[in-house]
Design a protein around this ligand. Structure first.
Ligand SMILES: Nc1ncnc2c1ncn2[C@@H]1O[C@H](COP(=O)(O)OP(=O)(O)O)[C@@H](O)[C@H]1O
Ligand SMILES: [Mg+2]
Length: 431
């Protein structure tokens, strides 16, 4: 790499970006508060009602905003709090914290304070947050302080911390502030309703049931948002069919607006590299690419054995052309796939691993009645079997491909196949 080469690359990237007027409008993790919102009037009314009840002398301690990612929770909460003149707010996203103590320090940081060392204890942090809020409100004309805690679920992942205790201390702080004439409400934003998490009873009774559920966006709403975004982001008008296609794909799933915007951005990037207008073809390629990225992320989190159970299901689906396979079928394939001499894991264990895979969204299950024989579960891979197989083990997947060619569904890998692929027992059960 020399300077002239670098200049060429910069020139090319600049050229590729020409189709964008303001690419930042398509950034999926942008913190910008949208100037206006599409839909969501029900949730807006609920939130305003909860917040404004302080005027009647009834401060709601905690509002739990919940729903899937990309349903517009963060945007709406910020939009409401920043546009009501009586409200002063502090927005904190817990995403980057790894411990509950870290979350508490993020609040401090957002209030303009230095972090406090964990040796000083949680009480010290909470007291400092309390004082910062009190101080801020004593200097402000505003009447209600709102502490917004986004991605609140993070506190549940700290295995050594005590989420109940943290929430209890926050609520105590809130009621203390109210008593001292500093009306304060806390808004938590999470995937599940806060009441569903396992807090102890003293917390449960205090957090109440002020909940706001965000339904997934409908296709019409997604299309509406995309049209507005496209107008801001691109120099030229985007083909209506492209936006319609994206809205279709994203409302099929979970009404995830973030995914829709991401799909539009990646489609545009691909099209500009080819110096062509964005078309449905680019949307299709972009969708495949995003799915692959997402898959890679999920796969990285799976255990070694889970990956091979997943591989077995991928191979069965690929070879037979059928989507659904029973636990027994998957177990048998898994067992035959093992090189001689490997430690076998039990049917029960494979069945448990399939349930784990279902929880991560990699597979889906369906239970059917078998009459007198009770019930049986079948599983389906939620992704393209070839993509999954190749991602888990390219060489092994080659063997599966050859198997399919031979259509020898029952006769599995021969020893010479394994040797040729340079695979040994530890491929499956090492590490
Ligand atoms: N009602 C809405 N109207 C228009 N754009 C929206 C709306 N809700 C969210 N967005 C946009 O969609 C993106 C994702 O929304 P966000 O609020 O982060 O979702 P969530 O917090 O539920 O994951 C943001 O870029 C935001 O600007
Ligand atoms: Mg959010």
């Amino acid at each position: 790499m020399d300077k002239s080469e670098l200049r060429k690359i910069v020139k090319k990237v600049k050229h590729d970006n020409q189709i964008f007027k303001q690419k930042s409008k398509l950034a999926s993790l942008s913190n910008e508060i949208p100037p206006s919102l599409v839909g969501r009037s029900k949730q807006t009314k609920q939130l305003v009602r909860y917040l404004m009840s302080y005027e009647e002398g009834m401060v709601v301690p905690l509002v739990s905003v919940f729903g899937r990612s990309g349903s517009g929770k963060s945007s709406l909460v910020k939009f409401v709090c920043s546009n009501i003149s009586d409200i002063e707010y502090c927005y904190v996203n817990f995403r980057k914290a790894r411990t509950i103590f870290g979350c508490a320090n993020l609040i401090l940081g957002a209030m303009g304070h230095e972090p406090i060392q964990s040796a000083k204890g949680m009480n010290k942090v909470i007291d400092t947050i309390h004082d910062a809020i009190k101080h801020k409100m004593s200097e402000s004309e505003k009447k209600l302080f709102v502490l917004i805690l986004d991605e609140f679920d993070v506190i549940m992942y700290d295995r050594r911390g005590n989420p109940s205790d943290f929430v209890y201390k926050l609520i105590e702080m809130q009621s203390d502030l109210v008593e001292k004439n500093t009306p304060t409400s806390i808004i938590t934003i999470s995937n599940n309703v806060v009441g569903d998490y396992e807090f102890d009873d003293r917390v449960r009774s205090r957090i109440g049931s002020s909940e706001i559920f965000f339904t997934p966006f409908s296709k019409v709403e997604i299309l509406d948002i995309l049209e507005k975004r496209a107008e801001e982001a691109f120099e030229e008008k985007i083909d209506g069919r492209v936006l319609e296609d994206i809205a279709d794909r994203c409302s099929d799933e979970h009404g995830d607006i973030r995914r829709a915007v991401e799909l539009l951005r990646v489609s545009a990037e691909l099209a500009s590299i080819k110096k062509m207008p964005i078309s449905e073809r680019f949307v299709e390629i972009a969708a495949m690419r995003l799915e692959k990225d997402r898959l890679e992320e999920t796969m990285e989190t799976l255990s070694h054995k889970s990956k091979w159970v997943c591989f077995s299901l991928a191979a069965l689906a690929f070879i037979s052309g059928k989507e659904w396979h029973s636990t027994m079928h998957i177990f048998e394939y898994f067992r035959k796939m093992l090189p001689p001499g490997s430690t076998l894991i039990s049917y029960r264990r494979v069945s448990d691993l399939l349930i784990d895979l279902q929880n991560t969204g990699v597979v889906s299950s369906s239970t059917t009645s078998e009459g007198r024989n009770g019930y049986s579960s079948k599983y389906r891979l939620n992704m393209n079997p070839e993509t999954a197989g190749e991602m888990i083990h390219e060489d092994y997947w080659e063997i599966v491909k050859r198997q399919k060619e031979k259509q020898e569904v029952s006769k599995l890998f021969s020893k010479s196949d394994l040797k040729r692929a340079g695979l040994f027992n530890d491929v499956f059960f090492g590490k």
